[in-house]
Design a protein around this ligand. Sequence first.
Ligand SMILES: [Zn+2]
Ligand SMILES: [Zn+2]
Length: 298
Amino acid sequence: MSRPPRRRAPDAVHIGAHVSTRGGILTAFDRALALGAEAVQVHPTPPQTWRRLHLEAEEVQEFRARLTSTGLGDFFLHAVYLINLGTPRPELLASSEASLVHYLQMANELGAAGVIFHPGSHLGQGFENVLEQIGTTMRRALEAAPGAARLLVENSAGAGANLGATLPEIRRMLEAVDSPRVGLCLDTAHAFTSGWQLTTEEGLASALADFEAEIGWDRLWAIHANDSKAPFGSNRDRHENIGEGEIGSEAFARMLADPRLRRPPWILEVPGEERQGPDRANVDRLRKLAGLSPLEPL
Ligand SMILES: [Zn+2]
Ligand SMILES: [Zn+2]
């Protein structure tokens, strides 16, 4: 059964959410529509395991049909958390690469927009010493899964030796891959605790100027919209509901008013009012801060 795609203003930002795939990847569509989401992210496999997902041909066909009928073209797969491109262990690096290939192939097959992943940690080896390995591994993964699906590096909060907490580091990782299919997913909570002063007008302006100089807007393909339970500059990764954390509603409204930040989809990964994950309340709150009215649940 198909529904007509929702109509949106051409310049309207897409507000979406991470949803569960319990019961199969196709179930994500109804969950997203129930939240009033216009973009989706899922873990197609349990993110703490290397388990693989086998998709039946009918499932792929149905998935592609629903992408079109729901208008949820901003559909992202979030890679597993075990991946570490900065590891000194060859077996872990090989598993990480194989997992990225599997996910990129899955995204290609499904027609999903891309795969978002955490690059990992250099574990004390130093960024310079793992940069080439990171670039080579991402490039090999993309080459092994030719197609339209993109690979999105997510910025980290910068705890310990985690990779990708600074813009120069992200830029150098993207340069090391040198592919038009590689870009960035910007997590607002990680950005805030890694030193982006999002709560003031000047702080945001300076962060965006740095972003423009280091990365460029053509590489920003998704935003993880999370308030932060952890304070500014703490390098900790603790998501909070929109408006209930250290970033706050005013800062989100300011970010959502910036045309450069309205282009990529905003995907919530917040705990939710019931602590069951992103919910209707957070979607509506973010829509309101973006100047949009709530969507009728379908
Ligand atoms: Zn993530
Ligand atoms: Zn996080």
